[in-house]
Design a protein around this ligand. Structure first.
Ligand code: BEZ
Ligand code: FE
Length: 295
């Protein structure tokens, strides 16, 4: 017996319209999606105007998206979907006894064509004009999370927003690839570079994601963070972000990506004219095929 007062056969009819040649995983996902979406509409007695507002929001997100802006992903982010998928992915890898570096969402501002730079170089190619750019030295090792052996020739890619809250592809005032770089670990598994102490910024809120946030009475800010992708032959690639412990938005990230183990401390750096603060951060990668658990 259906627990609602609408046509009790309708959802089954839509689900069973899928043919035998539908790929099994796709069939599973579509069956579940159709059931949840229909339940959502029935439970809330969705009106035509409300449904059409959702359709228009999706269309708006599509029209706003291009090679430099992924508004569909941003809409998912502000309702926590990318962070939830990230949590699921990490949980599925969670079984063994030790802790690899936790994952966090990629976000929409990754650029696949970021250049390699040499260890010790700076990613700060455009100095922020607002005087808020605090240079930090970041360094560490990439290691096998089980054996702790350093990984030689691993790649550590980083990107961060400038102090005006914009990534370089959003801001014509910043040099191309400003605040981005890829680094190769040396014979001791070490990487190093200069960057900015990250600062909090609002996710773009001039589109459908911003409209959703306003309607949910939420702010658009993300806590200060640096994005990292670490890869090494024979290891699972890691996508993550590290967050400044001093940031006021740590407990209410607009896209729900903060994990305790990814919170880091910048400390004073002595005897370096280029930077007065530093961050040491080791990345722990999981060997291909290993079962893992992480924090
Ligand atoms: C980011 O950290 O770059 C980001 C993540 C999700 C939505 C918007 C921005
Ligand atoms: Fe970011």
């Amino acid at each position: 017996m259906a627990s609602h007062r609408f046509d009790p056969t309708f959802t089954d009819k839509v689900v069973s319209a899928m043919g035998d040649k539908t790929e099994p995983r796709f069939k599973q996902l579509m069956t579940s999606l159709i059931r949840h979406v229909h339940d959502f509409a029935r439970e809330n007695e969705l009106t035509i105007d409300e449904w059409m507002a959702g359709v228009q929001l999706m269309n708006w997100a599509g029209q706003m998206s291009d090679a430099k802006r992924n508004e569909g992903q941003l809409v998912c982010d502000v309702i926590g979907l990318e962070s939830l998928v990230d949590e699921i992915t990490f949980k599925l890898a969670e079984e063994a006894t030790d802790a690899p570096t936790a994952t966090a969402i990629l976000g929409p501002f990754f650029r696949a064509d970021t250049p390699f730079r040499s260890n010790g170089e700076t990613v700060v190619r455009t100095i922020p004009k607002d005087g808020r750019g605090e240079i930090a030295f970041m360094s560490g090792k990439v290691v096998n999370y089980v054996t702790k052996a350093p990984l030689v020739n691993a790649s550590v890619e980083v990107w961060q927003a400038s102090t005006n809250g914009l990534y370089e592809q959003q801001d014509p005032e910043q040099e191309e690839f400003n605040l981005r770089g890829k680094f190769r670990t040396d014979a001791e598994g070490k990487y190093s570079f200069y960057c900015l102490r990250p600062t909090p910024y609002p996710v773009p809120d001039d589109g459908p994601a911003g409209k959703l946030l306003k309607m949910m009475d939420r702010h658009p800010f993300r806590p200060a963070h640096i994005h990292i992708i670490a890869t090494c032959d024979g290891y699972k690639p890691l996508t993550t972000q590290i967050f400044d412990r001093k940031d006021p938005y740590l407990t209410n990230d607009s896209v729900f990506a903060v994990k305790d183990s990814l919170i880091v401390d910048f400390v004073e750096r002595k005897n370096d004219p280029q930077a007065r603060i530093e961050l040491t951060y080791d990345v722990r990668l999981v060997p291909d095929g290993a079962k893992t658990s992480g924090v």
